[in-house]
Design a protein around this ligand. Structure first.
Ligand code: FAD
Length: 536
């Protein structure tokens, strides 16, 4: 089984098979099976002697079943730094060798000192980011071509299901339902390098990692998400989590939102929305409706003034959904303040400050509860890179998701310059497009998949009801179901069932596993720009 271009694993090998192994091009054998595990097993000395005759480098690194340790992984790392590639490691079934290799890849950067080894090796497909976009793209690529050698660069140990944070803040999900170990969601066969990309050198088909390693690639997929600008609101980071201030945009603080909602008996409840674009444009309102619904149920709403301060000028960007939303605004008695952008918070004094286009003076608002949806932008290492367009996002073609200047570079998810709603729902439709187009490019096929801007925002308006907004480029409605089954322009129970019960498994068990349910992209007969790829 090939794990990377330079590393494969096998079950028990016999001396007479080593000539074939050499003929396949392997240069090094690693024996991970302790001697004398079975009566019919050739000894390490026998294997070493045969390997020597065939000019194969040979290492004995025995792994006792269920006794993998970081020290063993480090030893493997040391071997891989000096051994000629490609390497074939074996044990009884190949499992221990594979597990040890994975462990070695997940050593903290300081321990995995294989910089030299990695400098020279070119990755076939390099994916930046192991979030929704990166992992969905990896899974969709493997669905099309199991032999593709895919490497994901991802610094985090955990993978977040961010769409669940709104439900944590609404007291419906537990926080732990929205996080999984990164290793458990990484598609099988993908190499994971636990590091972060620091910079891009697309003219040389290379990225440089924070550890200093430089990696070349044949195809690059850029999906590191966006940057939340907590610091852009003066005083916010000092008070977030205390003084009634909270945000569903942070894993740590989403549970605090629900706690603060439950505790508020009376006063001013303030919800904010920053300038677009942000991920999940409906999330600021969802936090508000869930809170108002709870206060209504508890007979407290008459004592609580709910205010929505929106930096924009409309309730929702697609007019078709506005009437249904407005009916909830009036049901809960919410005061809307358009063109008001939150710029500062004084937590201890419980005051929020807003900027408007009409005056240079800040408008001061007292609060007892404040839910902040922070401003968002492209990550610095993207905005300052040759991949960025004028607004800082990765500059891709709206339909093909191929970079406008570097044709072996693609992007999806929140970081892409496409004008869709930045959502995991968009990623579900984008990943098959990226995968199709990379495979087409690799095989020089005249077949191009198109993304039509689909994004979706399940607007929770009360516990048990959702307005399911689904739309594409230009605000064109793209409902998945006919309106007699699910009318997205109205609050429905089915929309809620979808959001709270069906979308998490659709995300983890389908999207991240390459099952492209209702996500097949339209394909046209045309060629992609291949000007740079041919030179790789
Ligand atoms: P992410 O999923 O954020 O993943 C980016 C990954 O890149 C991360 O793992 C990160 O560690 C990694 N990374 C960062 N920097 C680097 C680097 N330098 N090198 C390598 N890796 C790096 N979507 C919906 O569809 N429906 C919803 O209802 C919904 N609600 C939401 C509610 C909230 C409160 C939030 C915050 C989001 C919501 N979303 C929703 C949006 C959705 O979660 C995102 O659009 C989606 O996660 C984007 O995927 P991504 O891969 O672009 O980014």
């Amino acid at each position: 089984t090939t794990l990377t271009k330079d590393f494969a694993v096998a079950g028990q090998l016999l001396p007479e098979q080593l000539a074939e192994v050499a003929a396949l091009g392997f240069k090094t054998i690693i024996n991970n099976r302790p001697d004398a595990e079975a009566a019919d097993q050739p000894s390490s000395d026998t294997m070493a002697a045969t390997a020597r005759e065939l000019n194969l480098a040979y290492y004995y690194l025995p792994v006792v079943p269920n006794q993998l340790t970081a020290d063993l992984a480090k030893e493997l790392d040391d071997i891989l730094q000096q051994a000629p590639a490609p390497v074939l490691a074996y044990c009884r079934t190949g499992n221990r060798s594979g597990q040890l290799f994975n462990l070695r890849n997940n050593l903290p950067p300081s321990a995995a000192t294989d910089t030299q080894a990695r400098v020279e090796s070119t990755r076939e497909v390099l994916i930046v980011g192991g979030g929704a976009g990166g992992l969905a793209a990896a899974a969709s690529l493997l669905k099309r071509d199991r032999k593709l050698q895919i490497t994901v660069i991802e610094p985090s140990d955990v993978h977040y299901y961010q769409p669940g944070w709104t439900l944590v803040g609404g007291g419906v999900f537990r926080q732990q339902q929205t996080v999984r170990q990164m290793g458990s969601v990484m598609p099988r066969g993908v190499e994971w390098i636990k590091d972060a990309v620091a910079s891009f050198e697309p003219d040389d088909n290379a990225v440089v990692l924070q550890s200093g390693t430089r990696l070349n690639y044949q195809y690059l997929v850029v999906a590191p998400g966006l940057k939340i600008e907590w610091d852009k609101i003066e005083g916010l980071t000092d008070t977030l989590g205390s003084n009634g201030v909270t945000s569903n945009y942070h894993f740590d603080h989403a549970p605090g939102t629900w706690e603060k909602i439950c505790n508020l008996q009376q006063g001013n409840a303030v919800f904010t929305q920053p300038p677009m674009p942000i991920k999940c444009a409906g999330a600021p309102q969802k936090a508000m409706y869930q809170a108002a619904w709870y206060w209504e149920q508890q007979q407290r709403l008459k004592n609580i003034n709910v205010h929505f301060f929106n930096a924009g000028g409309v309730l929702f960007g697609v007019p078709d959904y506005v009437p249904a939303l407005e009916s909830y605004i009036s049901r809960y008695g919410i005061d809307i303040h358009y063109q008001h952008q939150l710029v500062a918070v004084d937590g201890p004094a419980r005051k929020a400050f807003f900027q408007t286009p009409d005056t240079d003076d800040r408008i001061e608002v007292s609060f007892d509860f404040l839910h902040v949806s922070p401003p968002q932008c492209a990550p610095d290492f993207i905005a300052g890179s040759p991949l960025a367009g004028s607004a800082g996002w990765v500059d891709v073609d709206q339909a093909t998701l191929q970079h406008t200047r570097f044709s072996n570079v693609f992007s999806l998810g929140d970081v892409a310059s496409t004008s869709n709603a930045k959502t995991a729902a968009a990623v579900r439709k984008q990943a098959p497009v990226v995968a199709h187009n990379i495979v087409s490019l690799k095989h020089n096929r005249d077949s191009v998949a198109h993304y039509e801007g689909y994004g979706s925002c399940p607007l929770i308006v009360e516990r048990g009801k959702v307005i399911l907004a689904e739309f594409g480029y230009g605000g064109v409605l793209q409902p998945t179901m006919p309106s007699w089954i699910l009318n997205g322009k109205q609050a429905t129970r089915l929309g809620w069932i979808l959001k709270a019960h069906m979308l998490p498994p659709i995300y983890f068990d389908m999207m991240l596993k390459g099952h492209e349910w209702l996500a097949t992209p339209p394909v046209v007969r045309a060629g992609l720009n291949s000007s740079i790829v041919n030179e790789v």
